[in-house]
Design a protein around this ligand. Structure first.
Ligand SMILES: [Zn+2]
Ligand SMILES: [Zn+2]
Length: 289
């Protein structure tokens, strides 16, 4: 079985269009995973989901069924949703999976995002059938994929996902963004979190991980819920991941800075030994597993 993973949005926090970010991309998080049987799972709905939606509509043959997993509901992870074209055709169905925040249901959060005060089309007026599936840290299946979840170290409730074939076997991939691997922050996770997390990721073929800050930048941002590329490399090596893709790029990092971040991360991984393959997410990049 193979997966095709496509990066439609790679940037953290806020879109950063313009010539200085044209290679690594300016759209906020959205990654599409397609299984061998054609099942599509979309990870996050940042502004990158707009172009994915156009692509899906262009290739559409009959009604579209879209499954979207949300890591959490911070703006940069949901901001493309109101502009997701498959919402606006009758016959399509879209299911959104994600966590509540405190006592606020995921559906209420999405409803607020499309409240008439801030967006002209309310959630109830979409032509497609929308299902909001609230998940906790449970496991579930979406077609040919088995999805496991784990709580991350980030403000609010943020989920990481591991996808494997529902029938068992290979390959596996994990999508982990907005996660603080360092010592900052006061998050509602168990005392054994790091150990459990490494077990959760063990042997994964592809790990997509938050690598927002340089070590120097992290000093100003402890407790903000993000990591450095070096921390992501250490985690990937601890978990015996085969490939690491650095993700959720800091808005201030243009392409030249990102080249340096990637070169440093590769050097760091090599110095520590092992065969980890390190790359940085670029908009339009495809990884086949
Ligand atoms: Zn984010
Ligand atoms: Zn966030």
């Amino acid at each position: 079985m193979t997966y095709t993973v496509t990066f439609w949005g790679t940037r953290g926090s806020i879109p950063t269009p313009g010539p200085s970010t044209s290679r690594y991309g300016g759209n906020t998080p959205c990654v599409a995973v397609e299984g061998a049987g054609g099942q599509l799972v979309v990870l996050d709905a940042g502004t990158g989901i707009r172009a994915l939606g156009l692509d899906l509509v262009a290739k559409q043959n009959g009604a579209a069924k879209v499954e979207i997993l949300l890591s959490h509901a911070h703006w940069d992870h949901i901001q493309g949703l109101p502009h997701f074209k498959p919402f606006f055709a009758p016959g399509n169905s879209v299911r959104i999976w994600g966590s509540r925040q405190g006592t606020t249901s995921l559906e209420a959060i999405l409803r607020q995002q499309m409240d008439p005060a801030v967006f002209p089309v309310p959630l109830d007026a979409l032509s497609a059938k929308l299902t909001v599936q609230q998940v906790d840290t449970d496991d579930f299946s979406i077609g040919e994929f088995r999805v496991r979840t784990i709580k991350l170290r980030h403000p609010g409730t943020t989920l990481g996902f591991r996808l494997t074939p529902a029938k068992g076997g290979e390959p596996s991939m994990a999508y982990v963004t907005d996660n603080e691997l360092g010592t900052g922050g006061d998050y509602d996770v168990s005392k054994t979190w790091r150990r459990d997390f490494v077990t959760f990721l063990n042997g994964v073929d592809l790990l997509i991980h938050d690598a927002m800050y340089t070590p120097k930048e992290l000093e100003q941002h402890r407790g903000w819920g993000h990591s450095t590329s070096e921390e992501a490399v250490i985690l990937a090596q601890d978990a015996d991941a085969k490939k690491l893709v650095l993700f959720h790029h800091e808005p201030e990092h243009g392409d030249a800075e990102m080249d340096a971040v990637l070169a440093d991360a590769r050097k760091f991984a090599k110095k520590r030994g092992g065969s980890l393959d390190v790359d940085a997410a670029r908009e339009g990049m495809k990884v086949t597993l």
